[in-house]
Write a protein that binds this ligand. Structure first.
Ligand SMILES: [Zn+2]
Length: 419
């Protein structure tokens, strides 16, 4: 704390509200919640109930708006630890903060106003079509290590609305790989991730849906109604096939991702309903059998395993991957999602739309499992190697059980045809 005075941060939007009150009634004072962080080196002051997850030691604060060139000395109400005086002369505004010391008397502190709404993503202009993204709505289904990281990255890109879907709570075993930390233990993943994304983008409109994708069909349909894109980051094949059916029924573009056993690699599939392959076109029974997916729980592995599978082999399958091995897959899913959401809206992602022509992508973290026979990376660019993305040319399967039905939109309307 030496040298640098403590600083109180106030949110611009809260102060604006107080200013409107001041314009109507003159000098005004309001009780506020102060949160002392790092032993009182930093204070965050909330004039209304914060939307974000906050931390620190709570203390009573008061914020006062005065007319006049200088901030007026005024008595500090009993029990208040932090006072912010704001003096207003014409368009000029001066702020002065004080904290009440335990030993008596006060100490001057710095006051900073945090511009939040609309200001945080100004720097992303040109890179992404910010105005177009702000109107977009995405559902992230499955908030494990991959889904939570994807939700954060999408929030940071400045999308407007996010639906968070999961049925689980944060457990000790999740924390090492999850975007949320030990302080979120026991919380619903939806609520914990909501607080995380609001901390990155307070303008985001977040909706949470605690439900089981496989069991709660009507609830899921209601939750994802009207979204522009689905991100399917669930950890079971059953839930992925269920989401594939939603994507087709509701005609919502969907990005699927999955991590192979021990996160030796991953796969990402973009589904544009009836305009390219769906999940069932790619993941045939035979294909799935060749590429064992990662299980994070034994019960889950048992649920999907054939009866003859040895319990020891199941134990083997729940060895989970490292966060750093899941990150490339999550990151690529974000990229595909952003390209899909900003198609035709201009911005720096347009060239990527030309590059990402494939619907199915493969990544290998290590020469292990299905990638064991790959050559070492070395300096060779003509052979498949680890740590590179490969787009695979996969088309729609004519006998696909999920999407082989003719797309009604592609059948000419009789009246229109003859009329
Ligand atoms: Zn299909």
């Amino acid at each position: 704390m030496s040298g640098h005075p403590p600083t109180a941060f106030l949110y611009q939007e809260h102060v604006n509200e107080l200013f409107r009150q001041f314009q109507q009634t003159g000098d005004t004072e309001t009780a506020a919640l102060g949160m002392a962080i790092d032993g009182g080196e930093v204070f965050h002051v909330y004039l209304t109930e914060p939307r974000i997850h906050f931390s620190g030691q709570p203390c009573r604060a008061t914020v006062r708006l005065h007319r006049g060139p200088a901030v007026r000395e005024a008595e500090i109400p009993a029990g208040v630890r932090l006072v912010v005086d704001i003096g207003i002369t014409g368009d000029d505004l001066t702020a002065r903060g004080r904290i009440v010391l335990d030993a008596g008397g006060t100490r001057e502190i710095d006051v900073k106003f945090v511009p939040v709404q609309g200001e945080m993503y100004v720097r992303a202009k040109g890179l992404v079509p910010t105005a177009a993204l702000a109107r977009k709505s995405v559902a992230v289904v499955g908030l494990g290590s991959g889904g939570s990281a994807i939700a954060v990255a999408l929030a940071q890109s400045g999308i407007g609305r996010m639906v968070l879907v999961d049925r689980d709570r944060i457990e000790v075993g999740n924390v090492a790989r999850h975007a949320c930390g030990i302080g979120d233990l026991g919380r619903r993943k939806t609520n914990a991730v909501r607080d995380l994304v609001l901390g990155k983008n307070p303008d985001l409109d977040v909706v949470t849906a605690d439900l089981d994708v496989v069991e709660d069909v009507p609830a899921l349909q209601q939750a994802v109604d009207g979204v522009d894109l689905l991100v399917a980051a669930t950890d079971s094949d059953r839930s992925r096939f269920m989401l594939n059916q939603y994507a087709l029924d509701l005609r919502i573009p969907t990005v699927f991702g999955r991590v192979l056993s021990r996160a030796c690699g991953g796969e990402v599939l973009r589904v544009r309903p009836f305009d390219g392959p769906c999940l069932a076109c790619v993941y045939t029974t035979q294909f799935l059998a060749q590429r064992p997916r990662e299980y994070s729980r034994l019960s889950e592995a048992r649920e999907e395993a054939q009866a003859y599978v040895d319990p020891g082999d199941l134990e083997q399958q729940i060895q989970v991957g490292l966060a750093s091995d899941i990150a490339p897959v999550a990151n690529f899913m974000v990229k595909l999602a952003l390209v899909e959401l900003s198609r035709g809206a201009g911005g720096g992602l347009d060239s990527l739309d030309e590059d990402l022509r494939a619907d199915f992508y493969v990544w290998a973290n290590r020469r292990e499992g299905v990638y064991a026979s790959w050559p070492q990376m070395g300096f060779e660019f003509t052979k498949p190697a680890v740590l590179r993305w490969y787009g695979a040319n996969v088309g729609r399967r004519a006998d696909c059980g999920a999407c082989h039905v003719p797309d009604p939109a592609s059948v000419p309307d009789a009246a229109g045809f003859f009329g």
